[in-house]
Design a binder for this molecule. Structure first.
Ligand SMILES: Nc1nc2c(ncn2[C@@H]2O[C@H](COP(=O)(O)OP(=O)(O)OP(=O)(O)O)[C@@H](O)[C@H]2O)c(=O)[nH]1
Length: 304
């Protein structure tokens, strides 16, 4: 026995009446011949009302209900939509409703020329999509940020360096790279404890950050080692800036229980050459840093 012969027709009506899906039938003149309660509610249609699709849209537009139609000129809008409506056997699209919901509408042309319209509420899906997008943005931001100091993470600052080196190859403008390393940091940890060492790192990052230009890039490579990229300045000028920074960092600060705590930083500086790899530039800056440490710390050494 087929379903058709088994199924009482009124059950189909009841099912459509209770369905959260929006269901409607338009005849070959595009006049509404049936709409279930969900459709009626969403589009402001009265039970049993026969209204053409164009009139319904015009009314919805005037009353700001049903489909959200963002136009001043409803006639032009109707003309444009009429070029698509009923032109394909099946057509699906997303539409906004004035009440804030989003629906996914499918229009199916039936054999007799009528059109079956069915729509489901996809508002939640769109919200989930947005939540997913936001989670992705958060994950990217977290990956780019050093958890402790809130400056660029190692991977991010190294990626910025690669990008700046590529630009240098094209622009030829000067690009300086500095490696900054806190002095005797192990002693600080040993004497005051690891959490205090963390506070020193945070304090250092904040103090350096305050002195930078917007175009400078600053990141933590790991431990007490930091990387600074300074575009568009010659090494001579950068040496002056960083020497001042060293002097500033050496000033006592109030940190935790210590009202006048002093720490210093050593800096290795170099100028990147066009077509150089990040590894090569970094190695030279690191050698300069080594010389700064050897030379007594709390200083800047530049290597060309
Ligand atoms: N508090 C804290 N300490 C860290 C962190 N990462 C690394 N360290 C410590 O930093 C210290 C670095 O010590 P060293 O590499 O010997 O360098 P240093 O004592 O600063 O000596 P110089 O660089 O030669 O002046 C080690 O004791 C690490 O355990 C961190 O995130 N927080």
């Amino acid at each position: 026995m087929s379903w058709q012969s088994r199924l009482p027709p009124e059950l189909l009506w009841q099912a459509a009446a209770q369905s959260p899906l929006l269901v409607a039938l338009f005849d070959e003149q595009d006049v509404l011949q049936y709409a279930n309660p969900s459709f009626c509610h969403a589009f402001g249609v009265a039970e049993g009302e026969q209204i053409s699709w164009a009139s319904l849209m015009r009314r919805n537009h005037a009353r700001r209900e049903g489909s959200l139609i963002e136009t001043e000129d409803i006639d032009t809008w109707l003309r444009q939509v009429s070029t698509r409506r009923g032109k394909l056997p099946v057509r699906s699209f997303e539409a906004d409703l004035c009440d804030g919901r989003w629906i996914w509408m499918t229009e199916t042309l039936l054999h007799n020329g009528w059109m079956l319209c069915q729509a489901c509420d996809v508002t939640q899906l769109r919200h989930d999509e947005r939540a997913l997008r936001q989670a992705l943005q958060r994950a990217v931001r977290d990956k780019q940020t050093d958890t402790l100091t809130q400056i660029s993470s190692r991977s991010h600052i190294l990626r910025l360096l690669q990008r700046d080196l590529k630009r240098l190859a094209v622009s030829g403008r000067p690009l300086c790279l500095a490696v900054l390393d806190l002095d005797h940091f192990k002693q600080i940890n040993d004497q005051y404890g690891h959490p205090f060492g963390d506070r020193v790192l945070v304090n250092f990052a904040a103090r350096v950050q305050r002195q930078l230009r917007r175009s400078d890039r600053f990141g933590r490579l790991g431990g007490e080692e930091f990387l600074l990229i300074l575009p568009d300045l010659q090494p001579h000028d950068v040496t002056t800036v960083l020497t001042r920074l060293c002097e500033d960092i050496a000033q006592p600060v109030s940190l935790g229980e210590q009202p006048a705590f002093r720490y210093t930083v050593s800096i290795g500086l170099t100028l990147a050459h066009p077509d150089e790899t990040a590894d090569r530039v970094y190695a030279r800056a690191d050698r300069a840093l080594y010389l700064a440490k050897q030379g007594g710390r709390n200083r800047v050494v530049a290597l060309g």
